[in-house]
Design a protein around this ligand. Structure first.
Ligand SMILES: [Zn+2]
Ligand SMILES: [Zn+2]
Length: 219
């Protein structure tokens, strides 16, 4: 992604190896932390190493591994939390309870801004588009930076897989619909960071993903 004003660094956090992602604007060195599920010292070390100033926290959805320590980080850095979509209120309200079950610290909160389909969020001079992509959770959103052909898709799509839908409020049919109607139109060349595992491209998934390849969906 040279010659683009956006840079991203993955910081795996929690025992579930969630891809907390530091995204920054190279022109202003302002950054957003996406999905700070836990391991705050590791996140802060990455911020320091990148030499950026965090101006906000963005959340794709309300699961514990993505949102567990969003509130403590927001307080420590004195920055707002934007996202997810309000339909994930269910998950944010039970972060403490889920944290106890998973052995992760979970702090209940309400974001400073709920996000909706068609919204935009800024990071320094960058503007990212917000898409509401329900299915894994009802209030899941993804972030897309069109000039860089880059997306942070949380637990919607993975390299070789898709988000699980067996948890409360999950809906597999809706998830596939979100991928086909919200992600694919962003373009095959789109590079994405998923919530877990390795980055990939939409082209690669449309060719090889056993759940959502063009061949799988036309079968
Ligand atoms: Zn999740
Ligand atoms: Zn996850």
């Amino acid at each position: 992604m040279t010659d683009t004003p956006l840079r991203a660094a993955i910081i795996p956090v929690t025992a579930i190896e969630q891809n907390c992602t530091l995204i920054w604007c190279t022109a202003t060195m302002k950054a957003a932390v996406v999905d700070p599920g836990g391991d705050l010292p590791r996140i802060l070390a990455a911020v320091e190493q990148a030499g950026v100033t965090v101006e906000k926290i963005l959340l794709t959805h309300g699961h514990i591994d993505h949102a567990g320590e969003a509130k403590p980080l927001a307080e420590q850095l004195a920055v707002p939390i934007e996202g997810p979509h309000e339909d994930d209120r269910f998950w944010l309200a039970r972060l403490d309870e889920d944290g106890r079950n998973w052995g992760i610290r979970g702090v209940v909160f309400e974001p400073d801004r709920w996000l909706a389909d068609g919204d935009t969020v800024t990071i320094g001079d960058l503007t990212l588009d917000v898409y509401h992509t329900p299915g894994h959770t009802a209030g899941h959103v993804i972030f897309h930076h069109a000039p860089s052909r880059f997306a942070q898709v949380g637990d919607v799509l993975f390299q070789g897989s898709v988000g699980r839908t067996d948890l409360p409020q999950g809906n597999h049919k809706q998830l596939i619909e979100s991928i086909v109607t919200k992600l694919w139109p962003l373009g095959d060349e789109t590079a994405f960071i998923p919530g877990h595992g390795k980055p990939s491209t939409f082209a690669h998934e449309r060719a090889h993903n056993m759940f959502v390849s063009d061949r799988a969906l036309s079968a």
